[in-house]
Design a protein around this ligand. Structure first.
Ligand code: AFP
Length: 283
């Protein structure tokens, strides 16, 4: 998988350059979830597609920005599922955004995710890579190269609380639970970009990120293959947990369509245990 990680490092610099220099307007197309695409979404997608075209270990690509699977090589071993520019609607207000990559071997389901990576484009460019065998490793871009900074381990209990979705549409038990964390002293940290929000909780030791089922989005908003499953591996390998609203591990999800979404919760052990109690989940 070294060739895949090297390719991700290269595209990180290219996408960062595009963010800093390109037009922030809308393209004329929509993505497969019916959302308007920014020109930057389309461009970031093309950068990734072009970069992986000649990586022989990659069998196929699945992009959050496109319908269907792009077959690359019959002899390749891995399928890379990616969200080229998550949180792109935050670029015009100059907040951090990210790219997310899930590397799957075999059918596209949680148990076949072998590694994941994400890039944060903020004041600095950071990259995190995790595999089934290793803790998330943090890299910082310096002088056009990525310098390894060290492994990420989360604490049993954190201090940050980030819950997405429109609050008006939250279920009563979710609202009560989120309020109870604030009563306990948790601090709100939510930018609206999944990558920087989950990254902050990982690097600051712990806490909880939730994107619940809401009355307007019963299946949540975040996509299983490109967003949820890759971050579930990150959290579990960092010593934390990642579950859905029935208490199932997100790493065991079996999407029936590449663009399926799910309610999801990523957090330290303490917060996930509290969530299970609040949601009436046994075990
Ligand atoms: P955009 O790509 O449309 O900016 O959406 C970002 C995102 O998919 C994810 O990064 C955030 O965690 C989530 O949406 C925020 O959604 P809410 O605004 O509904 O909380």
């Amino acid at each position: 998988m070294k060739d895949i990680f090297e390719t991700i490092k290269n595209v990180a610099f290219e996408i960062d350059h595009a963010i800093k220099t390109e037009d922030l307007g809308y393209s004329e197309s929509e993505n497969s979830s019916g959302e308007e695409q920014l020109k930057l979404d389309v461009q970031s997608d093309l950068i990734i597609e072009k970069a992986f075209a000649n990586v022989s270990s990659v069998k196929a690509l699945v992009s959050e920005e496109k319908e269907g699977v792009l077959e690359l090589s019959k002899t390749g071993r891995y399928t890379v599922c990616y969200d080229p520019l998550d949180g792109s609607s935050l670029v015009d207000v100059n907040l951090s955004v990210g790219s997310i990559f899930g590397i799957y071997e075999g059918e596209l389901e949680g148990k076949n995710l072998v590694a994941s990576a994400y890039v944060v484009y903020g004041p600095r460019i950071e990259l995190v890579i995790a595999t089934r065998e290793s803790k998330p490793m943090l890299y910082l871009a310096m002088d056009s190269k990525f310098k390894q900074l060290g492994e990420i381990t989360m604490n049993e209990k954190g201090k940050l609380n980030a819950s997405g979705g429109t609050q008006q549409h939250w279920a009563e038990h979710h609202k009560t639970f989120i309020d109870s964390l604030f009563q306990e002293g948790y601090r709100l940290r939510y930018s609206g970009g999944m990558v920087p929000d989950l990254h902050q909780i990982m690097l600051k030791g712990g806490g909880l990120f939730s994107y619940p089922s809401t009355t307007d989005k019963p299946e949540g908003k975040l996509r299983q293959l490109f967003e949820v499953i890759p971050f579930a591996l990150m959290y579990e390998q960092a010593g934390a947990e990642a579950i859905d609203d029935r208490g199932e591990r997100l790493l065991e999800l079996v999407p029936s369509h590449p663009h399926d979404t799910t309610p999801c919760f990523f957090g330290s052990k303490y917060e996930i245990a509290a969530l299970k109690t609040a949601y009436g989940i046994n075990g």
